[in-house]
Design a protein around this ligand. Structure first.
Ligand code: GAR
Length: 229
């Protein structure tokens, strides 16, 4: 029987690593088209490293701080670790370092990121606070190919949730994170299987488009206004 090809993926983290946990879980299925070959952090204290070790996955720490402004030097060390582990695809999962154009270009079409908003709205930090302040009715997360502009790359997949009247940053973050943990393993599988590709600066996804329309949870008919007697 032909051996299934599993693409070798490095997950780059800076912290908690809950998305990493979701990817590790998905890759435990032998039919999943990717294996986590390396978990790399720019912070030695990142909790996600422990998840990787517990799963028996090789880890690498390339501390960014000692490199100061020498981003190219930092990235050369990252690239060496990726090369040493035969990495074919890079998945950023809460990796809080901006990568140079050179590094991003080298990994074009082979590096993806997850971001906690429905891009192109709310790139950058504090997405949930900004979503609440803007009063959006739908919020969510996006997986995209990484391009030199931060949080600007072609979109592979998105998941949306309705914003509730009593939401605060924590409740919103929790519901978006639950969606991230579903979306990222699915999107990585598409990329690893070649079903999502970067072509001519756009993301091409072979998977059939889902037809459900996602709407904020308004009742079918609004309650009639009541008038004080
Ligand atoms: C996730 O919410 C991810 O979308 C976000 O950091 C969090 C990492 O959590 N990434 C960004 O904001 C990148 N712009 P995790 O370490 O538990 O996966």
């Amino acid at each position: 029987m032909a051996r299934r090809v599993r693409r070798r993926v490095a997950v780059l983290i800076s912290g908690r690593g809950s998305n990493l946990g979701a990817l590790i879980g998905a890759a435990q299925d032998p039919d999943y088209p990717a294996e986590i070959a390396l978990v790399l952090s720019n912070r030695a204290e990142a909790a996600g490293l422990e998840r990787a070790r517990a799963a028996g996955i090789p880890t690498a720490v390339v501390e960014s701080r000692p490199f100061g402004r020498d981003r190219a030097g930092f990235e050369a060390a990252v690239q060496a670790a990726l090369d040493a582990h035969g990495v074919e695809i890079v998945a950023l999962a809460g990796f809080m370092r901006v990568l140079t154009e050179g590094f991003v270009t080298r990994w074009a079409g082979r590096m993806i990121n997850i971001h906690p908003s429905l891009l192109p709205v709310f790139p950058g930090l504090d997405t949930h606070v900004r979503a609440l302040a803007a009063g959006v009715r739908l919020h969510g997360c996006t997986v995209h190919f990484v391009t030199p502009g931060v949080d600007e790359g072609p979109i592979i997949a998105q998941a949306a949730i309705g914003v509730r009247a009593d939401d605060d940053e924590a409740s919103l973050a929790a519901r978006v994170l639950a969606q991230e943990h579903l979306l990222y393993p699915a999107a990585l599988a598409w990329v690893a299987a070649g079903a999502a590709r970067l072509e001519g600066g756009r993301a091409v996804v072979d998977a059939p488009a889902t037809e459900e329309s996602l709407r904020s949870p308004l009742p079918a008919s609004p309650p009639l206004p009541t008038r004080k007697a």
